[in-house]
Design a protein. Structure first.
Lengths: 252, 231
């Protein structure tokens, strides 16, 4: 029989955005090491519902590490102790029997807590709406290979575009900065011909919206890159700065 | 709606200002240490002549000093505004703090920049008070150098570093300078957008080496004078 874990969970409970929150202790046992971290919370919620308590609210969707919906700060680290994964891909085999696990929501002024572990990440959507797109007339699909793109550029664009917008960069940054997210979303277009017409406007508008949302300044701790489930490099932050500076100097 | 706020007020603009002024100040600190190494010469005239030459530069000196004042104030302004903005962006801290490790460059020096910076600023004021605006020819700190009588700054320095608390304070603050530069040097490049997969590791390493060399260089002088009396 597979090993089963008994754990003490300290979970952030908060009724609403304005209500004061606190860490509440829960005891769970019979946790299979093959469960994902979100399944651990499912088990906890079954227990709470049986007792007639309110279940712990948390976000999840695909549960296969690609959507960016789940996001928990586990023992002080966004998405938990393993690099390069979301917390739905974190399995209980990485914890020991008897462990105490503290679970908190993303903490950022720009991500208000809706309830318990659920935060409002609309700020990211508003940054994208400010310029993180390519305005193009859609029509018939263009011919394949009509726009040749160098392999290296395609790779770098792909690396940047692998950002799933989970917000772990903001959560882990001591300054609550969104620089890695915005850096990735600006960078992905800089390598591609489709991104050129709006290049300057995009950098200026997205950075301005990032600042308006109340995200902090990037102090180059690189903690974001370390927790990013998609291993997005802080080279994208440097590229955003170059793009922004160039656009500021060259704007008409 | 305007596309964006003025560059200097944006989060990126403030960091560009901080990085650029920071690197310029590193340049100043290197030159400052190079000049101070004359204190190690057994002949006090060497240091006094150097100090006198600087003080006799006239208008050029004022231009240089104005430049330095600008660099320091701009660096401190960006540091403090960045700190307050960051406090507002994370009003509630985590109950349990953790570190991701791996590629993270978060360290004791990266998280204490505002504090090491403010201590260095307080130190700077005291340092100027003590030496630049301290005792001069009128108070008897005079020495004959060739045909003219000039300020004996060497004697003032040596006397200051005979006091335990002065030497100890200099040593402690110079260690903090090392901490500040360990993160600050590479971070300045990154803030200016100068990241390259091939060179950033080298810049980070150079920052650590530079931080150690400058801290040790600066704290060695008071310690040397304390133990050997400047002789």
């Amino acid at each position: 029989m597979a090993e089963l874990l008994t754990l003490r969970l300290r979970v952030w409970r908060q009724e609403s955005e304005t209500a004061p929150g606190k860490l509440v202790d829960y005891h769970v046992d019979g946790i299979s090491v093959d469960m994902s971290f979100l399944e651990l919370l499912d088990v906890l919620n079954e227990q709470l519902i049986h007792k007639g308590d309110d279940p712990v609210e948390f976000d999840s969707d695909c549960r296969e590490g690609i959507c960016g919906t789940c996001g928990l700060v586990i023992n002080g680290v966004a998405h938990g102790p393993l690099p390069g994964i979301t917390c739905c891909q974190l399995h209980m085999r990485h914890f020991k029997d008897g462990d105490t696990i503290t679970i908190e929501p993303w903490r950022s002024a720009a991500f208000p807590i809706i309830r318990d572990l659920v935060v409002d990440r609309d700020a990211f959507d508003r940054i994208i709406a400010a310029g993180g797109y390519v305005a193009t007339n859609t029509g018939a699909a263009p011919d394949a290979n009509a726009l040749p793109i160098a392999k290296n550029d395609a790779d770098l664009a792909m690396d940047a575009s692998s950002c799933i917008g989970c917000g772990a960069c903001v959560a882990s940054c001591p300054n609550g900065s969104a620089a890695l997210f915005v850096g990735a979303k600006i960078s992905q277009y800089t390598f591609l011909p489709q991104g050129q017409p709006e290049r300057r406007r995009r950098a200026l508008r997205m950075v301005a919206q990032m600042d308006r949302e109340g995200f902090g300044n990037c102090s180059n701790h690189a903690e974001c890159e370390a927790v990013c489930p998609k291993d997005i490099s802080i080279s994208n932050i440097a590229r955003m700065r170059r793009e922004y500076l160039k656009a500021s100097l060259l704007r008409e | 709606m305007p596309d964006h706020s003025p560059v200097a007020l944006s989060t990126i603009g403030k960091k560009i200002l901080m990085g650029a002024t920071g690197l310029a100040l590193v340049g100043f600190v290197i030159v400052h240490l190079a000049g101070n190494l004359l204190l190690l010469s057994p002949n006090p005239d060497h240091f006094n002549r150097y100090a006198h030459t600087l003080e006799s530069m006239g208008a050029l000196l004022y231009v240089a000093e104005a430049g330095l004042v600008f660099l320091f104030l701009a660096h401190i302004y960006s540091g403090i505004t960045v700190y307050w903005c960051n406090r507002r962006a994370r009003p509630q801290s985590y109950k349990k703090s953790g570190r991701a490790g791996g590629v993270s460059r978060k360290s004791s020096s990266s998280t204490s920049m505002i504090w090491t910076g403010l201590i260095l600023f307080a130190f700077l004021i005291w340092h100027l008070w003590e030496f630049k605006y301290g005792a001069g020819v009128e108070q008897g700190y005079a020495v004959q150098l060739g045909s003219e009588v000039v300020r004996d700054l060497h004697r003032l320095v040596v006397e200051s570093f005979q006091k335990e608390y002065v030497t100890l304070l200099y040593v402690l603050v110079m260690i903090l300078l090392g901490f500040h530069l360990r993160h600050g040097f590479w971070s300045a490049f990154q803030s200016l957008g100068l990241y390259h997969p091939r060179y950033t590791g080298l810049i980070y390493g150079s920052g650590v080496v530079l931080a150690v060399l400058l801290a040790v260089g600066f704290l060695f002088i008071p310690v040397w004078i304390y133990f050997l009396g400047g002789g």
